[in-house]
Ligand binder design. Sequence first.
Ligand code: 6PG
Length: 476
Amino acid sequence: EKAQIGVTGLAVMGRNLARNLARNGFSVALHNRSQARTDALVAEFGSEGTFVPSTDLAGFVESLEQPRKVIIMVKAGAPTDAVIDELVPLLDKGDIVVDAGNAHFADTRRREAALRDQGLHFVGSGVSGGEEGALNGPSIMPGGSPESYAALEPMLTKISAHVNGEPCCVHVGPDGAGHFVKMLHNGIEYADMQLIAEAYDLLRHVLDLSPAELADVFRDWNTGDLESFLIEITAEVLSQTDPTAGGPFVDIVLDQAEQKGTGRWTVQSALDLGIPVSGMAEAVFARSLSGDVVRREAAAGVLPGPASPKADVDRDAFIEDVRHALYSSKLVAYAQGFDAIRAASEEYGWNIDLGAMATIWRGGCIIRARFLDRIKEAYDRNADLPSLLVDDYFRDAVASGQEAWRRVVATAATVGVPAPGFSAALSYYDGLRAERLPAALIQGLRDLFGAHTYRRVDRDGSYHLEWSGDRSESTQ
Ligand code: 6PG
């Protein structure tokens, strides 16, 4: 009896995906470079379903029914290429290779083209939800040929998370589309976390609230528009106490945020596409700054700022203001994220259904949130929405919160608590809605020092002024 699908790479994510498949009734071939992991999986969880373990890759391939479906779950980059190189000679035309790791979408495009040349299908699939999600229902973002998705769909939609009966798994588009959308998910995850951290920091310093009191604030926020997995776990982390130090857990954690690279990739890709993703960029930069110990130590206690961050504000009113600032900034981050997906979809011809992406993220993934339904509805109302921020729902949400948002950014600046996410988001919002931007002056400067030309508001064409001569205008 051959297995219906195989998983190679049985570290925690691979192991949990394999168990999820088996628990849902699919027979799963298993392989891992060191056999101990395969044995451990079968010994511990063998009773959960049908597992077909193999000691080497050839045996693993042999144990699969055709056309074969192989999920690779190893580290992104060279380790993924190594497994693909070893696997490909063992496969037959029509077989499907799924990379479920956090690959860079450009690598996925390259691998998909290479395997397509050999008659194989390569599916770069985003999988979000961490260990828990992989086991009990992740959000799945597969990219690749429609035929390969048709073959995988029954399994992927069965093991994914579901919201209102709908699977959080949709075919994103060809080649790198799935991994691009997963990368954007992570960029938004970075922005979301940075905004939550700023809200926490401001409330803690301005109002002098304890982490336990702040946990209650986040718990309360989680009953409204902000309801989301990240807000929920923020309350959990803030209410944790450290048994050895006896105080709040958050106070004994080193304040240097690490990153494995997907947030940085998001920002790099958006720069290439020319799409402002300032919320995500500030989140990546804030992590970098937090880890820049040398400069932080040189500056702490040396660079002057306000004497105390405490401000004379009404407690409940300020909490409500910060809630608005957080929600509005979050809407900006999502609007920017969807702009980047739309731009990439156009650039690479992916034809991505933006509303469907919101559906995938409603459950299973790290950024799962109530308001993703609102994004889906916005694209249902208008598939060609130029920006999420101009949709009625989002426009009204920001309209009702923008004064509060401005007060929070002003307070942060006054008391000296850094809020790069809140303020960058607000600047983007004001830039977006401005009737006229100072870009006109920049164009004038460019024309003066480099004859880079400018366009006029009243006539078509490109123009240049003889700045060092008679200042006459010529058409270029
Ligand atoms: C997910 C997560 C996951 C990612 C972590 C860590 O969707 O399940 O995005 O893929 O690995 O969020 O990312 P950093 O280490 O870069 O913070």
